[in-house]
Design a protein around this ligand. Structure first.
Ligand SMILES: O=C(O)CCC(=O)C(=O)O
Length: 273
């Protein structure tokens, strides 16, 4: 991709905007080239090494917290939350959030015109801020799935404008059913906040109740590395486990109108200025 194209705002077309409005998501392929994906993969490896080493020092600092939710390990390194992979794979990471505060490559990505051009249309706002940015690892053979959920109910206690928090997921590896690609329930964003589960798990309420949506409307987002998917904060989404020998790493960035604090740092992170 030439520098010229990298700096183009790359607005969504009328057809893409209409698809997003009806279905709650829109996919674009070939947004990032293979060289850029290699840079992202190397950055993801640095993040994992850094956060594992910081988490190892956890008992020596009062600014860290090491805890379990539904049996799975979480470590807060100041405001950065590290989720460990489930079960016996506890030396592998699952999620780091907010990853832009750990790795400059991902911080720069937030300002990339190929993401924030479309996001200005989807938030919508002429000037953007960051809400949050996650790196999801999904390691080969052990990466666990994400149960069906909406993001908006998860954020409702921290934001009074959850409808203005659209996500973009940047695939840094090829994503297919076998390595646990994203899947969405087509059109489910139009129902607003749906009821959560109530089955005794600590995080049950964050998972959408199975009676509240039609799983037959599932769409698998299978796409090559360098693709991006924009999706609505109310869409029901999740993903399966990685049963393949290939990683399925992705960054999910959530934007908001400018002037509001980011979810975990509590600081305002202006975008594209
Ligand atoms: O990485 C995935 O497959 C899904 C992640 C997701 O839904 C989330 O982080 O909220």
């Amino acid at each position: 991709m030439s520098d010229h194209l990298k700096n183009e705002p790359a607005s969504l077309t009328a057809a893409e905007l209409a698809h997003y409005a009806v279905h709650g998501f829109v996919v674009r392929q070939n947004v990032f080239d293979s060289q850029e994906c290699e840079i992202f993969c190397a950055a993801a490896e640095r993040v994992e090494a850094t956060m594992l080493s910081l988490a190892d020092g956890v008992e020596h600092s009062s600014r860290y917290a090491d805890y379990r939710l539904d049996g799975n390990r979480f470590v807060d390194v100041q405001h950065v939350t590290v989720q460990f992979e489930h079960g016996a794979n506890a030396r592998l990471l699952r999620v780091v959030e907010p990853v832009n505060d750990v790795e400059p490559v991902f911080d720069q990505l937030i300002d990339d015109a190929r993401l924030c051009g479309p996001m200005k249309q989807l938030v919508p706002s002429e000037r953007l801020g960051l809400w949050t940015a996650k790196l999801n690892f999904k390691h080969p053979r052990v990466g666990s799935g994400f149960g069906w959920h909406q993001d908006a109910p998860y954020w409702i206690h921290d934001s009074d404008h959850v409808e203005k928090l659209p996500n973009v997921m940047v695939m840094i590896d090829d994503a297919a059913r076998s390595n646990g690609c994203l899947r969405v329930i087509d059109g489910s964003h139009r129902a607003g906040c749906l009821p959560g589960c109530d089955d005794g798990r600590q995080l049950a309420g964050f998972y959408t109740h199975p009676d509240a949506f039609d799983e037959d409307a599932e769409v698998l987002i299978e796409c090559p590395a360098g693709s991006v998917v924009f999706f609505d904060p109310h869409i029901v989404h999740g993903s399966g486990a990685n049963t393949s020998g290939s990683p399925r790493r992705a960054i999910i960035i959530t934007y908001q109108p400018c002037g509001f604090a980011a979810l975990k740092s509590g600081l305002i992170r202006h975008v594209g200025v």
